[in-house]
Design a protein around this ligand. Structure first.
Ligand code: ADP
Ligand code: GN1
Ligand code: MG
Length: 362
């Protein structure tokens, strides 16, 4: 069976009423395969999200699904009774035999979610309002998980944001040069070495471990179609213990630049200060009650760090021959690396003003 047929067959395995109509690829993620599945109930089409988990990357899908079940139930309980609560948290649909995910005959793991209607994700930010809303939604998500009960969530990818280990992986790729591409990335390799010292900063800062999202790309929050309200945080595969600053930093990485993550015209890649300020305001509106002064102190820095870290990961994957992130052209990972490093430069140019703004927020 091809991918499409596998997705269609998997859709039938979930507790969804009605007649299956079709399934088609959906979204722009780099890791899992996402489909929109349409079922007809009394001839009325209803949409569902169907995802094939990338088990090359998420090695223990059962542990991953246990995390997602616990996190969505915890958040769901916190939201109970609030208006529109069903659109504010992801809701897993069990398989016909009551499991969280379905394993098909080829060993693929599939899961399904209720579709949250009248909302959308965007790859780039168009207004300070959107930035404020997204940051507040991710902040609220952290806030709702602040009292998450034991046992500790599984580490779905160990050392996911351990930047020094990411650096070591880069050095390893450079040393072995498995795809013979190192000579094509000389300036980027030099940039990486010149910034090596930022990698350790947060790990040395003695910050508290909390339950965090760890993949807070702007396109991982659904915005309400009518109001742009940050409605629902999605893409929960990496929710696990971590540092809140990696979450804030990834918002800076993905929201402040007007350019796409793989933009080739680097003149378009820039850190927009008003968007950064809106992110800080939105994030603090939801998290001021629990953030420590040390966490607040690093908000501006965190954007630089995570942008560097993700750039380093794209560079590493380029050197390794594109084995991790989905790519759509031969130099795709190198292009992505270049945009990240350009954004790091733009952040460095404005870091003093970013830090001053955070301090002015009290
Ligand atoms: P990926 O790992 O591929 O980024 P996501 O979980 O972010 O996967 O989902 C991909 C896209 O599917 C999202 O950008 C969003 O547009 C859409 N999506 C995901 N879950 C839902 C949902 N429950 N309701 C509506 N749309 C969703
Ligand atoms: C991947 O799955 P997706 O596209 O939301 C990656 C993130 C990177 C991001 C870069 C599990 O996220 O860590 O920041 O690409 N997810 C994983 O766009 O590695
Ligand atoms: Mg996503």
């Amino acid at each position: 069976m091809n991918q499409q047929q596998l997705a269609e067959a998997a859709a039938l395995e979930f507790q969804i009423e009605g007649k299956f109509s079709r399934a088609f690829p959906y979204g722009s993620g780099h890791i899992n395969d996402t489909y929109c599945a349409v079922f007809l109930r009394a001839e009325v089409p209803r949409r569902f999200i169907l995802q094939r988990i990338n088990t090359g990357i998420f090695r223990n899908p059962a542990a991953l699904m246990e995390n997602i079940q616990r996190v969505t139930s915890h958040v769901g309980a916190q939201l109970a009774g609030q208006p529109d609560s069903a659109r504010r948290v992801l809701s897993l649909i069990p398989t016909r035999d009551g499991r969280a995910s379905h394993q098909d005959e080829e060993g693929n793991h599939w899961r399904a979610y209720r579709f949250i209607e009248d909302a959308r994700t965007c790859d780039t930010v168009e207004s300070t309002h959107q930035a404020f809303q997204a940051a507040r939604a991710f902040g609220q998500f952290q806030n709702m998980l602040a009292d998450f009960p034991l046992p500790r969530l599984h580490d779905t990818i160990p050392d996911f944001h351990h930047t020094p280990k990411r650096f070591a992986a880069f050095e390893q790729a450079l040393a072995t040069n498995p795809a013979g591409r190192a000579t094509d990335a000389k300036p980027e390799i030099e940039f990486a070495f010149a910034h090596q010292s930022v990698a350790r900063v947060l790990l040395n800062a003695n910050l508290p471990e909390r339950v965090t999202h760890n993949d807070t790309k702007f396109n991982n929050v659904l915005l309400d179609d009518q109001t742009d309200e940050g409605l629902c945080v999605i893409d929960l595969d990496t929710v696990m213990p971590g540092l809140v600053l990696y979450d804030f930093g990834d918002m800076v990485r993905t929201a402040t630049s007007p350019a796409a993550e793989d933009e080739r015209d680097l003149r378009q890649v820039t850190m927009r200060l008003p968007i950064f300020e809106a992110l800080v305001r939105g994030y603090l509106a939801a998290t001021a009650s629990f953030l420590t002064p040390a966490e607040k102190q690093f908000l501006a820095f965190s954007g630089k760090l995570i942008t560097f870290e993700i750039g380093l990961r794209f560079l590493t994957d380029y050197l390794c021959g594109d084995t991790y992130f989905k790519t759509h052209r031969p130099e795709h990972n190198l292009d992505r690396c270049r945009t990240q490093f350009q954004l790091v430069r733009s952040i460095e140019e404005q870091e003093d003003r970013m830090t001053a703004f955070v301090q002015s927020c009290g």
